[in-house]
Design a protein around this ligand. Sequence first.
Ligand code: ZN
Ligand code: FE
Ligand code: FE
Ligand code: ZN
Length: 268
Amino acid sequence: MIVDYHLHTSRCGHATGTMAEYAAAAEKQGIAEIGFADHFPLELLGFTPQHRVNMPPEELDKYVAEVRRLQSRLSIPVRLGAEVDYLPGREKETAAALARHDFDYCIGSVHFLDGWDFTHPKEVKRYAKLDIDELYEHYFALIRDMAASGLFDIVGHLDVVKKFAHFPRHDWSSVVEATCREIKKADLCVEVNTAGWRAAVKEAYPGVMLLRKCLELGIPVTLGSDAHSPKEVGSGLRRAVLLLARLGFREIATFCSRRRIMRPLFPL
Ligand code: ZN
Ligand code: FE
Ligand code: FE
Ligand code: ZN
C-alpha cells in the first residue's frame, strides 16, 4: 500500500509541473492514493519570509479548486492537504486560516528558526557558526510546541534539521524520547519523507532512531515523497515501505476530512 501524501505544485514558486502531471505520474506508478500538500501561504499566518517559498495567498482558492477537479477525474483518491509552517505565537491565525478550507490533512512543518530559513540552500552558511547540539535542542523544542498546538495531523519531515548532514556531537536520545512522547500525546502521525534520500544527508526523514521510537510508542506513520516535480512523485516510497516493514511497522495512515484511517502496509 503506497500513498504519496506530500506533493508540491508550481504555485509555491520552486516546484515545476502541473498538478495533472503529478497525478498522472502517480497513477502510472500504481500509487494507491495521493495528496497535494503545497506550501500554505505564510502571509495568511502573518509572516513574510526572506525568500518566497510558498503559494501566494491569492493562489490558495485556485489550488483547492484544482485538487477538487482532479478528484473527479482520477481513478485513485486525491486528497486535499497542505504543508503548513508552525509559527510559534501565530497559532490563532493558523487555526483560523486552516478552518477556511475542508482539508483532508494538514502537515505541520518547521522550516524557520527565529526567521532563519534553515532548509534553504542560500542560507546554509549559518550552520558553521552554530553549536549543532543546541540547534537540535532548539529545533525539536519547536517540534514539541507544534505537536502540542493541536493544529496539525502529520509531522512533516520530523528531523529535517539534518538536511545538510549536520548531526549533534553528543548523544541526543533524550531529545528523541521527549519529542516522540509529545507527538504521541498529541496523537499525531509522522510522515516518512523520502526527500532526505535526495538531500545532502542521504537519509529519509525521520532517521531510524526516531522511527524506532515511533514504533515503540505506537505513533502512526504515513508516506510522502515531497515531490517538487512530476518525476519525483513516488520517489523512494518502495524503499520507505521496505524500511518500515523491516523495522516492524504493519500499518500506514491515510486521511480523509482530517480523520485518520489506518490501512495495512501489505494488503492481502
Ligand atoms: Zn518546497
Ligand atoms: Fe518542508
Ligand atoms: Fe514539502
Ligand atoms: Zn517539505
